[in-house]
Design a protein around this ligand. Structure first.
Ligand SMILES: Cc1cc2nc3c(=O)[nH]c(=O)nc-3n(C[C@H](O)[C@H](O)[C@H](O)COP(=O)(O)OP(=O)(O)OC[C@H]3O[C@@H](n4cnc5c(N)ncnc54)[C@H](O)[C@@H]3O)c2cc1C
Length: 345
């Protein structure tokens, strides 16, 4: 919360297949997912990054910013080489934690293969301010036309919006003009208050990213462990990236503190838990993509069938609470091929 956190308390999921009044009648209380937690926590990436960094410095960590030309020598005690303030430096490590994001240099140097789902949809995100008329503790997620929209208020009239859309060889909504087009696209006639978003002011870049899953089988090697996006990431359609990264950091931190002798075996519980966690999130993202981010004529008919099945068997919807409650709290049978067939066929 010190990093500018803002809780959302409820969701109203307006959608082209649901009359507005029915969507409002289906309003969800987001505090029901995790006891004692009012709802999802929204954070600004830059602010939480600085807060975490300052916390590390206060705790005694030495932080060097602005290093360049990093490389590593692998082995029982790895070495990190880099340039800092004009001089070449090296640091000997007992163990190296690679936390360097999607394009991880550490992962590449380890020669670990990144498995990727096909790239068939993109996600664009934009932070805006001045949207005071949008209810500040309400998230909304759904589909209208050629857009799967997601609306997450950040407090004080700031809102983060996302749109998933079909990738046909070209990104949409990029740059200043793209930001304006994105805001216009959010003026949905079926979403009360969406004018507040269309009239908001962008305060960040509008840029599209791949909306796909990417994973590696084993994120550990002699002397090195990977965490966060470096270890593989979930399709941003579910918004799990920071939760995954923070849990990774906690589990690896706990493993390091649990023993003074470190080996690949030290990280076995983390590696096993992460593999199953990401498998479940991958399946959930595939379901979310099928339900919200497929845009052909046959997909509209399929969505209608899925909505019908969810209405007839409300427990099927439990699988989507993976994104709120955590994948380990949803029964294993929801992540089986049989369940996927039943829901999505
Ligand atoms: C469009 C989009 C929307 C998203 N929306 C959400 C969301 O709503 N909710 C959510 O939880 N997550 C979201 N995510 C995912 C989230 O941003 C990431 O999962 C999360 O930031 C991963 O954290 P990380 O520390 O592993 O990597 P990063 O945040 O990428 O941090 C890696 C750091 O390493 C540094 N670095 C990289 N290479 C080097 C190097 N060679 N030397 C020194 N430093 C280096 C980088 O500068 C960076 O600071 C989204 C992602 C995308 C693409």
């Amino acid at each position: 919360m010190a990093g500018g956190g803002h809780h959302l308390t409820h969701a109203i999921d307006y959608d082209e297949l649901i009359p507005t009044a029915a969507a409002e009648a289906g309003r969800q209380d987001l505090s029901r997912h995790v006891e004692g937690v009012p709802g999802p926590l929204c954070l600004e990436h830059v602010t939480i990054q600085e807060t975490a960094l300052n916390h590390a410095i206060d705790a005694g960590a030495e932080v060097l910013r602005g290093v360049s030309r990093p490389s590593i020598a692998l082995g029982e005690s790895p070495i990190v080489f880099f340039e800092y303030r004009g001089s070449r430096q090296e640091i000997n490590c007992r163990w190296l934690v690679g936390a360097d994001g999607r394009t991880s240099m550490v992962r590449r140097q380890l020669g670990l293969k990144l498995n990727e789902d096909p790239l068939d949809h993109l996600i664009v995100g934009l932070l805006l301010e001045g949207a005071d008329d949008w209810p500040q503790d309400q998230q909304s997620v759904g589909k209208f036309g050629d857009i799967h929209y997601l609306i997450f208020p950040q407090g004080n009239g700031k809102i983060r919006i996302y749109a998933d859309y079909a990738y046909r060889g070209q990104a949409r909504f990029n740059g200043e003009k793209g930001a304006y087009e994105l805001l216009q696209a959010f003026d949905f006639s079926g979403v009360p208050h969406s004018k507040a978003i269309a009239q908001g002011r962008p305060i960040g870049p509008s840029r599209s990213f791949p909306s796909q899953d990417a994973w590696i089988d084993v994120p550990v090697a002699l002397g090195v462990i990977l965490i966060g996006d470096a270890a593989g990431y979930n399709d941003p359609i579910l918004g799990q990236g920071l939760s995954i990264t923070l849990r990774d950091a906690r589990m690896v931190g706990d493993a390091l503190l649990s023993s003074s002798e470190w080996s690949e075996a030290t990280f076995e519980p983390y590696v096993a838990e992460r593999a199953e966690r990401l498998r479940r999130l991958r399946i959930t993202a595939r379901i979310a993509t099928t339900v919200f981010a497929r845009f052909g004529a046959e997909d509209i008919a399929r969505r209608a069938r899925i909505f019908q099945r969810l209405a007839e068997n409300p427990t099927h919807g439990l699988v989507l609470s993976t994104a709120f409650a955590g994948p380990e709290r949803v029964p294993a049978r929801y992540f089986s091929p049989e369940f996927l067939d039943k829901l999505l066929a």
